[in-house]
Design a protein around this ligand. Sequence first.
Ligand code: ADE
Length: 418
Amino acid sequence: MKFDIKDPGLAEAGRLRIEWAGRSMPVLKQIKERFAAEKPLQGVTLGACLHVTTETANLCEVLALGGAQVELCASNPLSTQDDVAASLVEHYGVSVYAIKGEDTETYYQHLNAVLDAAPNITMDDGADLVSIIHSERKDLIEGIIGGTEETTTGVIRLRAMAGDGVLAYPIVAVNDAMTKHLFDNRYGTGQSTIDGMIRATNRLLSGSYFVVCGYGWCGRGVAMRAAGLGAKVIVTEVDPLRALEAVMDGYQVMTIAEAAPIGDFFCTVTGDIGVIRQEHFLAMKDGAIVANSGHFNVELDLEGLDEVTEASREIRPFVQEHTMNNGKSVYVLGEGRLINLAAAEGHPSSVMDMSFANQALCAAYMKANAAELEKQVYTVPADIDAEVARLKLEALGVDIDVLTPEQEEYLNSWTMGT
Ligand code: ADE
């Protein structure tokens, strides 16, 4: 078996953490039993480019038990948990190519190592595998049934590819499942982003000004949790509806130019480029702390910051001090990479349980329906989404009401009871 990881000696520590995460993933556990019995992925080589975490390890186990040969690389150079990578190789038979802190060249070598296995299904978090396949590895397209995509940023790219008529195989947008983005993006990103910022800085949020750039599902989660810790939350947006929602949710809404001199903490979660730019860094207070929790670090104009930086040093792990030519210092966390995975451990397991249940079921769906699927981006089939919600409620021990026949009739009638 081929692999490239930091240290096989970390495997035992990784195994314990993987098991710990698995305890909070009851939906995936049910799917694991089903997959082990039914082998819906028999004969499939599955190339996954995901954050190499304890939760991803639990997903890989399910996919492998379902019959797939799993090849895994990281979807971000800083998000790999090296002990998990080691355990996946040692205990779960997964070929892993991922080392925390790998440079850009190694990152792409690892993506290509996964592609060298000629996957039939791709599983992306940010569309990196799809992008390389469509540019440099077109020869692989013939053998590919389809792919899945985990994150908003990736889905935006894939829809653009489909719109331009260049998407060469079907994709299921796992991100768009209700049981994914309503929970993972909101509660997962909310908690883990604040966790990463606090682990990196050990600063008190209470009483501070916390600027959240972007009020999508991730931004809503970050704002909610920062407010819960006592911060005065400011939201910046470009979308009038979302901005209005943030106002009605009780936050101050203003432009980034207005927010820059006020904020103590900044966090971008927009999925777009150049959200905090040079002029905003220059306008910040001395000591401002800046992080990104969107998929790519392009949300922060780090080149623009470098141009006005006179001195730079790592003042503590994941905290880079930039002393600018106006005498003020700003602190960039985790090189502007997803702070929840760079400085913390990503979303907690119980929320990844639903995201990865969708991933597993969608991979099986892809295999079962390969002949009918076209070169489009599909949303997750409604019955898969509903099944994941049902299983999660069951695991949580939560019962819900059932419509009475009279209620059912009322909902289907336009004359009754008015
Ligand atoms: N994305 C965000 N959090 C994650 C986690 N814990 N595992 C895998 N992918 C993630």
